[in-house]
Ligand binder design. Structure first.
Ligand code: SAH
Ligand code: F3S
Length: 441
């Protein structure tokens, strides 16, 4: 049997990265395929798409146009399109690009080996963008591992329907994996040397997983159970939502040191009027209340957020409210985006009345404000001792190692190879824009 090569291109969030790592494993497990980094030398080309922002559809057809040229040279090439654009566009993709063989959704990736098999036999077009609940996890293999950190998906989808967002339409409604499956998987990762776990989901704090005895395990309980797994020394999660960030979760910050003192809790805007139009279902005052309680439970916690600027009708005053809120909360970091009109969402019906130049001005002003705060948080770390999980040899200087602090900063320092994969204590000596320099204690 001739081994076939597969090339996968992934756009988008950590969930998509996670899904692509699953696709790789499903296909490699068949023993028929190997992953390649060269599309021009591959037999199967897979595009895992994202539609959260920008002109997602156009980007997909541009990419497919490039792959069409490869298929013209070799008609046996199989092209598969998956992810959020595939789920939204469905048959439309095939209508515009009839050389595509497979269209799969965010919940049907485990069916890919079978779909490819069928195409190889009959060469027919196949589409499956259905939402079979949690089925993909039944075919679950090991999760993605990067160094000594692993991401573990605990829930999928979203029910919040923020007015600007496509996720509820492309990934379906919230559904949680059984807690025992998650815990077993993390135990096995720990046996393989993983020290840090990142629990993944669109709204991890809405987690409600069934347990073996027919009960429901909520997010705060899951965090505690993960912290009891031997060998796991750091726990992170992405993403949580201010809605349902309940007191029991805040208490875990008090009682569970393994949970990092760094929280990504997207607020999106500092204007209550805009938050209401975004259908975020909380106010800035409620958000502030959560942060106050968190600071009581964990005085050194640092907060990061996502922001959208230029939401339709956002006035200069609304924008200034966001800037003031950034200063008030003293956010450490952020991902910030210009509002992008997503077809089919409620916000797309509100007139997008701010010109692009103004949106860009607001974006840069916001980023400038946050960058100053990031630097000042980093400067506070000078002379402090940090626990660093050593990830490998420094990218800039092969004489040094690098690792990550609890608050997600890269630290370079001189050390020995046997430290890789372990926690070491490092004293911070210098602060650069994107990294820190430290010394082993
Ligand atoms: N569940 C997360 C959001 C996941 S989407 C939450 O509750 O915050 C990741 C980020 O993409 C969002 O936080 C938002 O800032 C951004 N985003 C989503 N839709 C967008 C749009 N239409 N335009 C611009 N940014 C958007
Ligand atoms: Fe999107 Fe809002 Fe859910 S931003 S992912 S609909 S919480």
């Amino acid at each position: 049997m001739k081994i076939k090569y597969i090339y996968i291109k992934t756009w988008g969030c950590q969930m998509n990265e996670y899904d692509s790592s699953m696709i790789k494993k499903y296909l490699e497990k068949t023993g028929k395929y190997l992953i390649s980094t060269k599309p021009e030398k591959s037999d199967i080309l897979i595009l895992n798409t994202c539609s959260i922002r920008e002109k997602a559809q156009e980007k997909v057809f541009h990419q497919l146009g490039r792959w069409k040229k490869l298929k013209n040279k070799n008609p046996n090439i199989i092209i598969a399109v998956g992810g959020c654009v595939a789920t939204q566009e469905g048959q439309e993709i095939f209508k515009r690009a009839n050389y595509v063989d497979i269209i799969f959704g965010t919940q049907t990736l485990h069916k890919l080996p079978k779909m490819i098999n069928e195409i190889e036999k009959n060469r027919r077009f196949i589409i499956d963008i259905s939402f079979p609940k949690l089925e993909k996890f039944k075919y679950f293999l090991e999760p993605k591992q990067t160094g000594y950190t692993a991401s573990v998906s605990i829930m999928e989808g979203c029910n919040k329907y923020c007015s600007f967002c496509v996720v509820p339409y492309t990934r379906g409604h919230e559904i949680s994996r059984p807690s025992d499956d998650i815990l077993l998987e993390i135990s096995s990762l720990s046996e393989n040397g993983i020290k840090e776990i990142n629990l993944l989901g669109q709204n991890v704090n809405a987690y409600q997983g069934p347990t073996f005895n027919g009960k429901i395990c909520v997010f705060s309980e899951l965090l505690q159970l993960v912290s009891e797994i031997e060998g796991i020394e750091r726990i992170r999660f992405t993403t949580s939502n201010p809605l349902e960030f309940t007191d029991d979760i805040i208490s875990v910050y008090r009682d569970t040191p393994k949970l990092v003192s760094f929280l990504h809790l997207p607020v999106q805007s500092g204007s209550n009027r805009i938050l209401q139009l975004m259908k975020r279902s909380y106010t800035t005052e409620e958000y502030e209340e959560i942060i106050k309680k968190l600071l009581k439970a964990r005085p050194n916690i640092q907060i990061s957020s996502d922001f959208i600027v230029g939401f339709p009708t956002e006035s200069e005053e609304d924008f200034q409210n966001t800037i003031n809120f950034i200063k008030k909360i003293n956010f450490d970091m952020s991902f910030s985006f210009i509002y992008s009109n997503r077809p089919g969402t409620p916000a797309s019906k509100i007139k997008d009345d701010i010109d692009l130049k103004e949106k860009k001005r607001r974006l840069y002003a916001l980023q400038d404000c946050i960058n100053k705060q990031t630097m000042s948080w980093s400067r506070k770390m000078l002379k402090s001792t940090q626990s660093v999980l050593v990830e490998g040899v420094s990218k800039k200087n092969i004489m040094e190692l690098y690792g990550r602090t609890e608050n997600n900063r890269i630290v370079n320092f001189k050390g020995s190879y046997n430290m890789i994969g372990k926690f070491v204590k490092i004293k911070i000596k210098k602060v650069h824009t994107y990294s820190l320099q430290g010394e082993l204690i």
